[in-house]
Design a protein around this ligand. Structure first.
Ligand code: COA
Length: 166
């Protein structure tokens, strides 16, 4: 079945938990809230995020967001998320898509692949153009976005802001 995405559910188990321990809590601006959490806390986090994807349980500053796991066959090899729309704050300095590959799986082309698959999901969510914010010093990620059709839209205080038009 090779590479594919699955949306987060509250039933996700140990393999996802282990993968998430391989991504820093703040990895080049990508926030991983599960790093360092216990397995029980991870379960609560899953339930909360399943709700966020449906637009419920959100605080006023939040927008709906869906988290996806990228699998190679049965093995999780990536973490992606899509914000369904952007508020003014996110428009200024961030974007719709975030992604990370666990340390042991980097340098195998998965970064390019997860963005390609997330762009397909954005098409279904009718997000167009797609905005992505990348730290200027993050060489692989700037490459990945450009390779997937990203065009530099502006440079904010801390990010290169790209647009991908579908
Ligand atoms: C950025 C990240 C997703 C890249 O994942 P990856 O699976 O290693 O990426 P790939 O193997 O697909 O490589 C992507 C490109 O970057 C290049 N690259 C990889 N590591 C690199 C490095 N350390 N320096 C420069 N280029 C690098 C690759 O050669 C490739 O270029 P190519 O398409 O021209 O061959 C991964 O490093 C990561 O999870 N970082 C932390 C989170 C993050 O930065 N997320 C992005 C911000 S939202």
């Amino acid at each position: 079945m090779s590479l594919h995405l699955k949306a987060l559910t509250k039933w996700d188990g140990r393999m996802i938990y282990e993968m998430l321990q391989e991504i820093d809590d703040n990895d080049h601006g990508f926030k991983n809230e599960v790093k360092g959490k216990t397995y029980e806390e991870y379960g609560e986090w899953l339930s909360k995020n399943e709700q966020f994807s449906r637009g419920s349980g959100l605080e006023t500053w939040m927008v709906p967001q869906t988290i996806y796991w990228m699998y190679y066959d049965q093995t999780p090899v990536g973490y992606g998320r899509i914000r369904h729309w952007l508020n003014d704050n996110l428009k200024e300095n961030s974007g719709h898509i975030g992604y990370a590959i666990p340390l042991s799986q980097r340098g195998k082309g998965y970064g390019n692949e997860i963005l390609r698959l997330l762009i397909h999901e954005c098409y279904d969510l009718k997000i167009n153009p797609i905005q992505i914010g990348v730290n200027p010093s993050n060489k692989p990620s700037n490459k990945i976005v450009k390779r997937n059709g990203g065009v530099l839209h502006k440079v904010s205080k801390t990010k290169n802001i790209y647009h991908i038009t579908l």
